[in-house]
Design a binder for this molecule. Structure first.
Ligand code: ASP
Length: 326
Protein backbone atom coordinates (compact mmCIF):
# COMPACT_ATOMS: atom_id res chain seq x y z
CA UNK A 1 0.00 0.00 0.00
CA UNK A 2 2.73 2.37 1.11
CA UNK A 3 4.71 1.40 -1.96
CA UNK A 4 1.80 2.30 -4.30
CA UNK A 5 1.37 5.71 -2.68
CA UNK A 6 5.07 6.38 -3.03
CA UNK A 7 4.96 5.34 -6.69
CA UNK A 8 2.03 7.70 -7.28
CA UNK A 9 3.80 10.59 -5.58
CA UNK A 10 7.01 9.92 -7.53
CA UNK A 11 5.04 9.66 -10.78
CA UNK A 12 3.26 12.95 -10.13
CA UNK A 13 6.55 14.61 -9.27
CA UNK A 14 8.20 13.39 -12.46
CA UNK A 15 5.21 14.47 -14.56
CA UNK A 16 5.37 17.90 -12.90
CA UNK A 17 9.08 18.19 -13.66
CA UNK A 18 8.53 17.14 -17.29
CA UNK A 19 5.78 19.74 -17.62
CA UNK A 20 8.03 22.42 -16.11
CA UNK A 21 10.75 21.37 -18.56
CA UNK A 22 8.56 21.65 -21.64
CA UNK A 23 7.04 24.96 -20.46
CA UNK A 24 10.60 26.21 -20.06
CA UNK A 25 11.45 24.95 -23.55
CA UNK A 26 8.43 26.75 -25.03
CA UNK A 27 9.69 30.12 -23.74
CA UNK A 28 13.24 29.45 -24.90
CA UNK A 29 15.29 31.52 -25.36
CA UNK A 30 14.72 34.17 -22.71
CA UNK A 31 18.33 35.36 -22.43
CA UNK A 32 21.52 35.51 -24.55
CA UNK A 33 23.04 32.26 -25.80
CA UNK A 34 26.79 31.65 -25.78
CA UNK A 35 28.41 29.76 -28.65
CA UNK A 36 31.85 28.53 -27.67
CA UNK A 37 34.39 28.48 -30.50
CA UNK A 38 37.32 26.34 -29.32
CA UNK A 39 39.92 28.46 -31.15
CA UNK A 40 41.19 32.03 -30.99
CA UNK A 41 39.24 34.96 -32.45
CA UNK A 42 39.94 35.99 -36.02
CA UNK A 43 40.43 32.44 -37.35
CA UNK A 44 38.28 30.39 -39.73
CA UNK A 45 36.06 28.64 -37.17
CA UNK A 46 35.47 32.00 -35.52
CA UNK A 47 34.56 33.53 -38.90
CA UNK A 48 31.97 30.82 -39.61
CA UNK A 49 30.57 31.12 -36.07
CA UNK A 50 30.18 34.90 -36.17
CA UNK A 51 28.41 34.85 -39.54
CA UNK A 52 25.98 32.14 -38.42
CA UNK A 53 25.47 33.55 -34.90
CA UNK A 54 24.39 36.93 -36.29
CA UNK A 55 21.47 35.42 -38.22
CA UNK A 56 20.59 32.94 -35.46
CA UNK A 57 20.30 35.95 -33.11
CA UNK A 58 17.73 37.53 -35.42
CA UNK A 59 15.78 34.28 -35.72
CA UNK A 60 15.83 33.51 -31.99
CA UNK A 61 15.17 37.08 -30.84
CA UNK A 62 18.10 36.86 -28.42
CA UNK A 63 21.77 37.66 -28.72
CA UNK A 64 23.94 34.70 -29.76
CA UNK A 65 27.36 35.62 -28.43
CA UNK A 66 30.57 33.95 -29.66
CA UNK A 67 33.06 33.10 -26.94
CA UNK A 68 36.57 32.00 -27.96
CA UNK A 69 38.05 29.32 -25.72
CA UNK A 70 41.26 28.35 -27.52
CA UNK A 71 43.83 25.79 -26.42
CA UNK A 72 44.76 22.11 -26.72
CA UNK A 73 43.64 21.87 -30.34
CA UNK A 74 40.00 22.68 -29.58
CA UNK A 75 39.64 20.22 -26.71
CA UNK A 76 39.57 22.89 -23.97
CA UNK A 77 36.54 24.67 -25.41
CA UNK A 78 34.77 21.42 -26.28
CA UNK A 79 35.43 20.10 -22.77
CA UNK A 80 33.96 23.28 -21.28
CA UNK A 81 30.69 22.81 -23.20
CA UNK A 82 30.55 19.08 -22.40
CA UNK A 83 30.16 19.96 -18.71
CA UNK A 84 28.06 23.14 -19.15
CA UNK A 85 24.40 23.29 -18.04
CA UNK A 86 22.21 21.58 -20.64
CA UNK A 87 19.70 24.44 -20.73
CA UNK A 88 20.31 25.59 -24.31
CA UNK A 89 22.31 28.67 -23.30
CA UNK A 90 25.79 27.24 -23.93
CA UNK A 91 26.56 25.70 -27.34
CA UNK A 92 29.67 24.57 -29.17
CA UNK A 93 30.59 25.30 -32.76
CA UNK A 94 33.43 22.97 -33.64
CA UNK A 95 34.88 21.31 -36.70
CA UNK A 96 36.47 18.06 -37.87
CA UNK A 97 38.56 18.13 -34.66
CA UNK A 98 35.52 16.75 -32.83
CA UNK A 99 36.19 13.48 -34.68
CA UNK A 100 39.99 13.36 -34.46
CA UNK A 101 40.35 14.22 -30.75
CA UNK A 102 39.11 10.86 -29.40
CA UNK A 103 42.04 9.12 -31.11
CA UNK A 104 44.65 11.88 -30.77
CA UNK A 105 43.96 12.25 -27.02
CA UNK A 106 44.03 8.90 -25.31
CA UNK A 107 42.76 10.54 -22.10
CA UNK A 108 40.18 12.92 -23.54
CA UNK A 109 37.98 14.12 -20.65
CA UNK A 110 34.77 14.02 -22.75
CA UNK A 111 33.14 11.75 -25.30
CA UNK A 112 32.04 13.60 -28.47
CA UNK A 113 29.27 11.08 -29.14
CA UNK A 114 27.69 10.87 -25.69
CA UNK A 115 28.45 14.21 -24.00
CA UNK A 116 26.84 16.35 -26.71
CA UNK A 117 23.46 16.71 -28.39
CA UNK A 118 24.09 17.41 -32.10
CA UNK A 119 22.08 20.26 -33.69
CA UNK A 120 23.32 20.23 -37.28
CA UNK A 121 26.14 20.43 -39.78
CA UNK A 122 27.03 23.90 -41.07
CA UNK A 123 29.58 23.81 -43.87
CA UNK A 124 32.59 21.92 -45.16
CA UNK A 125 35.59 24.11 -45.96
CA UNK A 126 38.55 23.18 -48.17
CA UNK A 127 42.07 23.84 -46.95
CA UNK A 128 44.99 25.57 -48.64
CA UNK A 129 48.73 25.10 -48.33
CA UNK A 130 50.16 28.61 -47.92
CA UNK A 131 53.49 30.12 -46.87
CA UNK A 132 55.08 33.46 -46.05
CA UNK A 133 55.27 35.46 -49.24
CA UNK A 134 59.04 35.33 -49.69
CA UNK A 135 59.23 31.56 -49.11
CA UNK A 136 61.55 30.07 -51.72
CA UNK A 137 59.35 27.48 -53.48
CA UNK A 138 56.87 28.82 -56.02
CA UNK A 139 54.80 25.76 -56.95
CA UNK A 140 53.49 22.73 -55.11
CA UNK A 141 56.09 20.54 -56.82
CA UNK A 142 58.84 22.94 -55.67
CA UNK A 143 57.37 23.02 -52.17
CA UNK A 144 57.53 19.23 -51.90
CA UNK A 145 61.16 19.19 -53.06
CA UNK A 146 62.03 22.04 -50.69
CA UNK A 147 60.41 20.43 -47.65
CA UNK A 148 62.11 17.10 -48.38
CA UNK A 149 65.49 18.85 -48.64
CA UNK A 150 65.08 21.09 -45.59
CA UNK A 151 63.00 18.95 -43.21
CA UNK A 152 62.99 20.30 -39.68
CA UNK A 153 64.41 23.63 -40.81
CA UNK A 154 60.94 24.34 -42.21
CA UNK A 155 58.49 25.70 -39.62
CA UNK A 156 54.83 24.67 -39.86
CA UNK A 157 52.13 26.46 -37.81
CA UNK A 158 49.01 24.74 -36.52
CA UNK A 159 46.22 25.38 -34.06
CA UNK A 160 47.20 22.60 -31.63
CA UNK A 161 46.93 18.83 -31.73
CA UNK A 162 43.35 18.11 -32.74
CA UNK A 163 43.05 21.10 -35.04
CA UNK A 164 42.44 20.86 -38.78
CA UNK A 165 45.76 22.55 -39.54
CA UNK A 166 47.56 19.93 -37.46
CA UNK A 167 45.67 17.16 -39.26
CA UNK A 168 46.47 18.60 -42.69
CA UNK A 169 50.12 19.09 -41.70
CA UNK A 170 50.31 15.51 -40.46
CA UNK A 171 48.89 14.24 -43.77
CA UNK A 172 51.25 16.48 -45.75
CA UNK A 173 54.32 15.30 -43.79
CA UNK A 174 53.22 11.70 -44.29
CA UNK A 175 52.73 12.26 -48.02
CA UNK A 176 56.21 13.79 -48.44
CA UNK A 177 57.70 11.42 -45.85
CA UNK A 178 59.46 14.28 -44.03
CA UNK A 179 59.03 15.90 -40.61
CA UNK A 180 58.93 19.70 -40.28
CA UNK A 181 59.17 21.69 -37.04
CA UNK A 182 55.59 22.28 -35.87
CA UNK A 183 54.59 25.38 -33.90
CA UNK A 184 51.23 25.31 -32.06
CA UNK A 185 48.94 28.33 -31.66
CA UNK A 186 45.54 28.79 -29.97
CA UNK A 187 43.95 29.17 -33.38
CA UNK A 188 45.02 29.75 -36.94
CA UNK A 189 44.02 33.44 -36.78
CA UNK A 190 47.16 34.27 -34.74
CA UNK A 191 49.16 31.69 -36.76
CA UNK A 192 48.28 33.54 -39.96
CA UNK A 193 49.50 36.83 -38.43
CA UNK A 194 52.92 35.23 -37.92
CA UNK A 195 52.97 33.76 -41.46
CA UNK A 196 52.22 37.21 -42.88
CA UNK A 197 54.89 38.65 -40.56
CA UNK A 198 57.37 36.07 -41.85
CA UNK A 199 58.10 34.49 -38.44
CA UNK A 200 56.75 31.08 -39.56
CA UNK A 201 57.20 29.41 -42.94
CA UNK A 202 53.90 27.72 -43.72
CA UNK A 203 50.48 26.39 -42.71
CA UNK A 204 47.63 24.40 -44.22
CA UNK A 205 44.41 26.14 -43.24
CA UNK A 206 40.78 26.60 -44.20
CA UNK A 207 40.00 28.94 -47.10
CA UNK A 208 37.87 30.90 -44.61
CA UNK A 209 41.20 32.12 -43.17
CA UNK A 210 43.39 32.25 -46.27
CA UNK A 211 41.34 33.46 -49.25
CA UNK A 212 41.71 37.22 -48.69
CA UNK A 213 45.43 36.87 -47.87
CA UNK A 214 46.01 34.83 -51.03
CA UNK A 215 44.04 37.32 -53.12
CA UNK A 216 45.93 40.26 -51.58
CA UNK A 217 49.29 38.55 -52.21
CA UNK A 218 50.13 38.54 -48.50
CA UNK A 219 50.92 34.84 -48.59
CA UNK A 220 52.11 32.41 -51.25
CA UNK A 221 49.60 29.65 -52.06
CA UNK A 222 50.47 26.19 -53.41
CA UNK A 223 47.33 24.11 -53.56
CA UNK A 224 43.76 23.59 -52.39
CA UNK A 225 42.64 20.31 -50.80
CA UNK A 226 39.34 20.06 -52.74
CA UNK A 227 38.71 17.82 -55.74
CA UNK A 228 37.97 20.87 -57.96
CA UNK A 229 39.64 24.27 -58.19
CA UNK A 230 37.80 27.09 -56.39
CA UNK A 231 35.84 29.68 -58.38
CA UNK A 232 37.38 32.62 -56.50
CA UNK A 233 40.95 31.24 -56.60
CA UNK A 234 40.96 29.84 -60.16
CA UNK A 235 44.77 29.88 -60.54
CA UNK A 236 45.33 27.74 -57.46
CA UNK A 237 45.77 24.07 -58.43
CA UNK A 238 44.25 21.26 -56.43
CA UNK A 239 46.70 19.23 -54.37
CA UNK A 240 45.96 16.26 -56.65
CA UNK A 241 47.01 18.32 -59.70
CA UNK A 242 50.34 18.89 -57.93
CA UNK A 243 50.76 15.16 -57.41
CA UNK A 244 49.85 15.19 -53.73
CA UNK A 245 47.36 12.75 -52.24
CA UNK A 246 45.83 15.22 -49.78
CA UNK A 247 42.10 15.82 -50.07
CA UNK A 248 40.30 17.11 -47.00
CA UNK A 249 37.20 19.15 -46.16
CA UNK A 250 36.86 20.71 -42.71
CA UNK A 251 33.23 20.11 -41.71
CA UNK A 252 31.72 22.24 -38.97
CA UNK A 253 28.86 21.36 -36.64
CA UNK A 254 26.79 22.93 -33.88
CA UNK A 255 26.25 21.07 -30.58
CA UNK A 256 24.55 21.50 -27.20
CA UNK A 257 25.49 19.58 -24.06
CA UNK A 258 23.91 16.11 -23.87
CA UNK A 259 20.48 15.98 -22.25
CA UNK A 260 19.31 19.31 -23.66
CA UNK A 261 15.52 19.31 -24.06
CA UNK A 262 14.46 18.03 -27.51
CA UNK A 263 12.24 21.10 -28.07
CA UNK A 264 15.24 23.38 -27.51
CA UNK A 265 17.34 21.38 -29.98
CA UNK A 266 14.55 21.69 -32.56
CA UNK A 267 14.34 25.44 -31.99
CA UNK A 268 18.11 25.77 -32.48
CA UNK A 269 17.98 23.57 -35.58
CA UNK A 270 15.33 25.92 -37.07
CA UNK A 271 17.52 28.95 -36.32
CA UNK A 272 20.57 27.23 -37.82
CA UNK A 273 18.61 26.38 -40.96
CA UNK A 274 17.52 30.03 -41.25
CA UNK A 275 21.14 31.14 -41.02
CA UNK A 276 22.28 28.74 -43.73
CA UNK A 277 19.90 30.17 -46.35
CA UNK A 278 20.52 33.78 -45.35
CA UNK A 279 21.80 35.82 -48.32
CA UNK A 280 24.69 37.42 -46.45
CA UNK A 281 25.86 34.08 -45.03
CA UNK A 282 25.62 32.36 -48.42
CA UNK A 283 27.47 35.09 -50.31
CA UNK A 284 30.16 35.58 -47.64
CA UNK A 285 30.73 31.81 -47.48
CA UNK A 286 31.09 31.77 -51.29
CA UNK A 287 33.67 34.59 -51.14
CA UNK A 288 35.57 32.47 -48.63
CA UNK A 289 35.51 29.35 -50.81
CA UNK A 290 32.70 27.40 -49.15
CA UNK A 291 28.94 26.77 -49.18
CA UNK A 292 26.42 26.04 -46.43
CA UNK A 293 25.22 22.45 -46.17
CA UNK A 294 21.72 21.52 -47.36
CA UNK A 295 18.70 21.65 -45.04
CA UNK A 296 18.81 17.84 -44.78
CA UNK A 297 22.39 18.04 -43.47
CA UNK A 298 21.74 20.84 -40.99
CA UNK A 299 19.98 18.34 -38.72
CA UNK A 300 20.87 16.45 -35.53
CA UNK A 301 20.75 13.08 -37.32
CA UNK A 302 23.06 14.12 -40.15
CA UNK A 303 25.59 15.59 -37.71
CA UNK A 304 25.45 12.50 -35.47
CA UNK A 305 26.06 10.25 -38.48
CA UNK A 306 28.90 12.38 -39.83
CA UNK A 307 30.55 12.51 -36.41
CA UNK A 308 30.32 8.74 -35.91
CA UNK A 309 31.68 7.88 -39.36
CA UNK A 310 34.45 10.50 -39.18
CA UNK A 311 35.62 9.20 -35.78
CA UNK A 312 36.11 5.79 -37.40
CA UNK A 313 37.74 7.18 -40.53
CA UNK A 314 40.29 9.31 -38.66
CA UNK A 315 40.97 6.66 -36.02
CA UNK A 316 42.48 4.45 -38.71
CA UNK A 317 44.52 7.30 -40.25
CA UNK A 318 45.85 8.63 -36.93
CA UNK A 319 46.73 5.19 -35.61
CA UNK A 320 48.61 4.48 -38.84
CA UNK A 321 50.51 7.78 -38.45
CA UNK A 322 51.15 7.04 -34.75
CA UNK A 323 50.69 10.71 -33.77
CA UNK A 324 49.20 11.33 -30.32
CA UNK A 325 48.81 14.36 -28.09
CA UNK A 326 49.44 12.46 -24.86
N1 ASP B 1 41.68 26.53 -38.57
C1 ASP B 1 42.05 26.15 -37.25
C2 ASP B 1 42.38 24.70 -37.28
O1 ASP B 1 43.44 24.44 -37.71
C3 ASP B 1 41.20 26.51 -36.13
C4 ASP B 1 40.74 27.93 -36.10
O2 ASP B 1 41.45 28.82 -35.63
O3 ASP B 1 39.62 28.12 -36.52
O4 ASP B 1 41.66 23.85 -36.84
Amino acid sequence: MKKTALTLVTGALLAGLAFAGSAFAQDYPTKPITVVVPFAAGGPTDTVARLVAEVMSQDLGQQVVVQNVGGAGGTLGAGQVATAANDGYTLLLHHIGMSTAPTLYRSLPYDPTTDFAPIGLITSVPMTLVAKKDFEPNTLEELITYVKANGENVTYAHAGIGSASQLCGMLFMEAVDTQMTTVPYQGSGPAMTDIIGGQIDMICDQTTNTTSQIQAGEVKAYGVTSSQRLANLPDLPTTAEGGLNLEIGVWHGLYAPAGTDAAIITRLETALQAALVNETVVSRFAELGTYPVTAAEATPDALAQTLASQIELWRAVIEAAGVYAD
